[in-house]
Design a protein around this ligand. Structure first.
Ligand code: R5P
Length: 312
């Protein structure tokens, strides 16, 4: 049995951490971060955590690297303060796209992140929609890999789903999109991407499935620059799609992404609050909160209950 449940949060997304605490009816743990003149950080835990079941909340959001080190230092501080068990709650996992050695002499940085969390003293990790589910295997500690599919699918279900088709932007996304298709009882299509030159990025070449005269919902795990999504949407339009909605989990929305998405052919963007929007807004955006799901997961982990039941 674990001690009392406590939640601490880094500075990346305090609002989401507070919402989770509110749902769980626990106060957000008292901690502070000090940045010294040499840019080194110090995290101080201002309450007793001896023997407690502690959850440390930090998502990957700008400034990403400061967020990572803040999370590691917080875990280390909790460890040395004799916390009983420490769970890192990381809705959007840092370096999640660096999950394979697909070029010579590069780092598999997602694996390094896993090692760092373990070294700092994390006993387990809760995260959401990893770019590839195999990343959970980079850890030797338990990982609860939550899915946004029930949240996003419930929202999509509120609209008329007649003549809709779910679309995977490439073959790699097909499995994830299949989860949506199963829940929503909708057909799916897959964009077949081809690389025409050695140095070129793969481009949409064909679509497997029927999109002509259909309302398409493109599903992806994250949107960063928005270019992948817009390229897929334009391609689907060329193939006769009537309208395009985009549904994704993590709104990285880097640089000029919001302006780019705003003027794209895509009519609506449905995504989760795993990353703070920091003022990025568009009337095309529909933001869904993962707070309820994370709160339930934390409650179940604390009580020793099943997490998979949340996704039945
Ligand atoms: C890639 O494999 C991911 O699933 C997303 O499609 C990608 O991260 C989107 O990146 P961007 O928005 O920069 O095109």
């Amino acid at each position: 049995m674990h001690g009392p449940l406590k939640i601490f949060a880094g500075r990346s997304h305090k609002k989401l951490a507070e919402r989770i605490c509110h749902i769980l009816d626990v106060h957000l743990g008292d901690s502070e971060v000090v940045k010294f003149s040499n840019e080194n950080l110090m995290v101080k835990i201002n309450e007793n955590v001896r023997g407690c079941d502690v959850y440390v909340f930090q998502t990957s959001a700008p400034p990403v690297h400061e967020g990572i080190i803040e999370l590691l230092i917080t875990i280390d501080a909790l460890k040395h303060a004799s916390a009983g068990r420490i769970t890192a709650v990381v809705p959007y996992f840092p370096y999640v796209r660096s999950d394979k050695k697909d070029k010579p002499r590069i780092s598999i940085t997602a694996r390094l992140m896993a090692d760092l969390l373990e070294t700092a003293g994390a006993d387990r990790v809760v995260t959401m929609d990893l770019h590839s589910p195999q990343i959970a295997g980079f850890f030797r500690i338990p990982v609860d890999h939550l899915q946004a599919v029930p949240i996003i699918a419930d929202h999509l279900q509120q609209a008329d789903l007649t003549n809709r088709v779910l679309v995977a932007g490439d073959a790699g996304e097909a499995k994830e999109v299949g989860r949506y298709a199963n829940r929503l009882h909708l057909p799916m299509a897959i964009i077949d991407k081809r690389r025409y030159g050695d140095d070129e990025k793969p481009k949409p070449a064909h679509v497997i499935g029927d999109v002509d005269g259909k309302h398409c919902i493109i599903v992806d795990d994250e949107v960063s620059t928005g270019r992948t999504l817009i390229e897929a949407a334009n391609f689907l339009k060329e193939k006769g799609a009537l309208s395009i909605t985009a549904a994704f989990t993590h709104p990285v929305l880097a640089g000029e992404a919001v302006a780019r998405l705003q003027k794209s052919v895509i009519e609506q963007f449905v995504f989760c609050d795993t990353i703070p929007l920091q003022g990025k807004q568009s009337e095309k955006f529909r933001v869904l909160s993962v707070s309820e799901l994370f709160a339930k997961a934390i409650r179940r982990i604390h009580d020793g209950d099943s997490i998979s039941q949340l996704f039945r």
